[in-house]
Unconditional design. Structure first.
Length: 282
């Protein structure tokens, strides 16, 4: 699988990432099998968070034999220093590691989030101290609003940003380009959320993919088109949704042509959205 540099860190990541939610609610044996499958497929980038149910408890033992082969990213949703520090150490224990390659603020969305993180006693203080102590190597954040991306990057020299990077959101929903520009202007790592998203779940729609709060693309050809667009936007890597079927589609797509999709392919993607709102839109 192709690997790409993560901004200025010097680290190289597989273009498809293993989202730790893949291990949520699996047995220990299942977790071991799917992690081994991911490693065999060339995955070197693993991302998890304590909010993903029991993912950390399942992923830790399964990943332990391969820890030196992967770039392990984790997150905290806590906005205060004490809470972030507590969550960091709990995640380290559950994941059976002495450090994270990337530690991220999770789902930064509102002005209130940003203010809480950067005020005295805010989470950013725990991040800086953890890096100084060698508990984390690089610092980043995930965000669900363009304003949060711009504000975070104005306040701190982060190494990466994990942000929704999806054709339908950007081109039909008008959501993303401002954030992309802010990330690329600073030369930091651009990691992609929702690369396989189709759109929001509509009323009374059957839910096949229970770990996704949105409707993912689940046709292999469309998965490939969407992933190729995402990876053409200066993106290093894209974690997939929380189902192995979708992960396998992305892995297969990444083994093929990764050139940017053409106009006909993108038109096909737009047609699939129909009247459904994109996952994110302005």
């Amino acid at each position: 699988m192709e690997q790409r540099l993560l901004g200025k860190t010097g680290a190289k990541l597989s273009v498809v990432g293993f989202g730790g939610i893949l291990c949520t609610d699996t047995t220990p044996e299942e977790s071991s099998r799917i992690v081994a499958e991911a490693i065999d497929a060339g995955i070197t980038y693993v991302d998890v968070a304590p909010s993903y149910g029991n993912a950390e408890e399942r992923l830790g033992p399964a990943l332990e034999p391969y820890r030196d082969k992967v770039f392990l990213a984790c997150k905290t949703g806590r906005r205060d220093k004490a809470g972030a520090n507590e969550e960091l150490h709990a995640s380290l224990r559950r994941l059976r590691t002495d450090h994270f390659d990337l530690y991220q603020l999770h789902a930064v969305t509102t002005t209130q989030d940003v203010e809480a993180i950067f005020k005295p006693g805010g989470a950013i203080e725990a991040f800086v101290e953890a890096k100084q102590a060698g508990l984390v190597r690089h610092l980043g954040f995930s965000a669900h609003s363009e304003e949060a991306v711009v504000s975070c990057l104005e306040r701190f020299a982060f190494d990466s940003a994990l942000f929704p990077t999806n054709y339908l959101c950007a081109e039909l929903g008008g959501f993303g380009h401002k954030a992309f520009a802010a990330i690329h202007q600073r030369g930091i790592g651009h990691l992609a959320l929702k690369s396989l998203g189709l759109g929001q779940v509509v009323k009374d729609e059957p839910r096949r993919w229970g770990k996704c709060w949105y409707q993912p693309l689940d046709d292999p050809a469309l998965v490939a088109i969407s992933l190729r667009w995402t990876l053409s936007q200066g993106v290093t890597a894209a974690p997939t949704p929380g189902h192995m079927e979708l992960f396998r589609m992305a892995v297969k797509a990444a083994a093929g042509d990764l050139s940017a999709p053409n106009d006909d392919e993108l038109a096909h993607l737009r047609a699939m959205l129909g009247d459904r709102p994109p996952v994110f839109h302005v």
